[in-house]
Design a protein around this ligand. Sequence first.
Ligand code: MOS
Length: 729
Amino acid sequence: MTPQPQAAVGAPLTRVDARLKVTGQARYAADFDADGLVHAVVVDSGIGLGRITSVDTTAALALPGVLTVLTHLNAPRLPYGPNPGMATPPGERLHVLEDDRVRFHGQPIAVVVATTLETARHAARLVRVEYDAEPPSTDLSTAADDTPVTYERGDAERALRSADVRLELTYRTARQHHNAMEPHATVARWDDGRLTVWQKTQWIHGAQAELAAVFGLPEDAVRVVSPFVGGAFGNASRIWPQGVMAALAAREVDRPVKLVLSRRQLYFGTGYRPGYEYQVRLGSDGQGRLTAMTHVMRAETSRYETFQDDILSIGQMLYDVPAVTQDWRTVPLDVSTPTFMRGPGGATAAYAVESAMDELAWELGLDPVELRLRNEPDRDPTSGLPFSTRRLRECYARGARAFGWHLRDPKPRSTRDGDWLIGTGMATGAHPSWSVTSLAHVRLDADGTAVVQSATSDMGPGTYTVMTQVAADALGLPVRAVRFELGDSTMPPPVGHGGSMTTPSVGSAVQDGCAKLRGEAVALAVKDEESPLFGVAADDVVVADGRLYVRDEPARGETYRSLLARSGRDRLEADGEYVPAGLPFSTHSYSVTFAEVAVDARLGLVRVRRMLGVYDVGRVINPKLADSQAIGGMIGGIGQALLEHTVTDHRDGRIVNANLADYLVPVNADIPDLKAIYLEGEDDKVARIGAKGLGEVVHVGVAPALANAVFHATGRRIRELPITADALL
Ligand code: MOS
């Protein structure tokens, strides 16, 4: 078909849902209501491991308005059928209220249902639980690990022995919690054995499949509705036990139930980025050509599920290293199961690898950018496949120029501004461009407006807006004539909203459906004797602003509206599909982050002065939303590098900073000028739409850029995140 004019794609459109959000009309899970709705509050375990010996609910049940208190003593057992696929990690998910065992501190062990939230909260505090407690094992650094996942190419040990320069370094990263603005929330209602949940989720059909499996229902007996998500960063990619408890409670009291976790509860029994120990050895020749790299990694997981994020890619494919080994072990602990968090695995691996590269550059007296250029591969070193696009050389050149990188004095501790030591650092990031089969549905109404649907989510990146832009261009409609709808399991299933897959996969499905519908309209017009387009070759017709016309003769044409009116149709419909072509290419998004910090060495204070990200992410559908992602990714990296740390008291497994006063996240005052540059172009090998995915790669490599800048400022190499004041003193 003739290429469509691109009017919306590439434009810095403001979010189409911006007004709904800023006026409070956007409805998040907890905003939903239902007739007869009652409230549930979860009771969490006060020990880290052991058994519940008694539960006394007398006082709670005596409170007027309390409908029930469900515990393992009176709750019905649920089927917990298998749910193959990505929805849960290997292992056996936590079965709520099934037995007297406590597996981690803060495990949900009871749920109180009452007619008001206040009553439910009060009653939850009146539930008396006694335990037989055992000491939990929650310390990654001392616990035993599982069978490793390994990778090997070349003979790394031999290459290390003969290397001119050898480094052996150990890095540590803290456990992090996602801390999205919106808490996890569920409103659950049963109608004749069918379950509807208004649920915070990044994966509508994943949530549907999981609830169906847990309750032993056919999938179509569960409906999941989630039109808005107030941030998630990966934490809403699965249903947590409390979501199941809401549905169970609703069934037991036979009324719709609302269950919202408190900020504190978000730290217990929902996922987190696992803490890691990451040991890396590098070997290089005298010119900085890497000859070997070995990686030994240990990561937290729970005892009941083995969670694994993509820790391996970076170590395998970022540099052209002939000999690589990886040995990756999960460490089962008495903790809840971790989950994906923005740049899952990659952000952790990049911290270790990109810090080690900076240490090597210093050892060799080479510029860190130059060191990376000397190790830039021509093909994917893991698969041997050509890259679809990999434009890191351009990223380095553009970034270094824009940042003023080469003005730096390479010597650490060489630049001062009053009491502040000034340093700059850089690091590289990559994230696989996965794409997964996705479906969409398009309807054009007689009034010339279109509704496009796919059951994806918008946790903040701007799915509503981006899909509207893609659809508008593919249909030849103005943006205001297109409405994109998402967040309902009755809509066609796309890939889960994660892994930076939404724009490439869902966008391609939307584009496909819209192009099909446009083609149908054009075919109708050129065959209709009464149409001004009668007899024109379909390939010569384009559509813009809702009007079909001959490309080289714009005066000849008609609108969708007149076409539909004359042909007596009230609508045209089409199904869009995206199926990955599985082309033999290595597909990744890339980033290079430059950072400048100021460190007051006497106080151990680190202030970020400016950052620049340069991105090779294929086509950018909306530069304004891309900036919002890039800035958010950099801010997340500032948190990872300098602030965020979930602290566990290993004596009883309690998370001691389970609140936003003690768990530090960056605030406005921590954030300097942040700039983003996107290389122009597209990657048509990843997905039809030309985009490679953006949301994760903007976060990968940010923390090491900052850590490297702290080293350059101070001459001190801190090999543990976050870099805190006491580490620098
Ligand atoms: Mo992302 S960590 O897949 O939300």
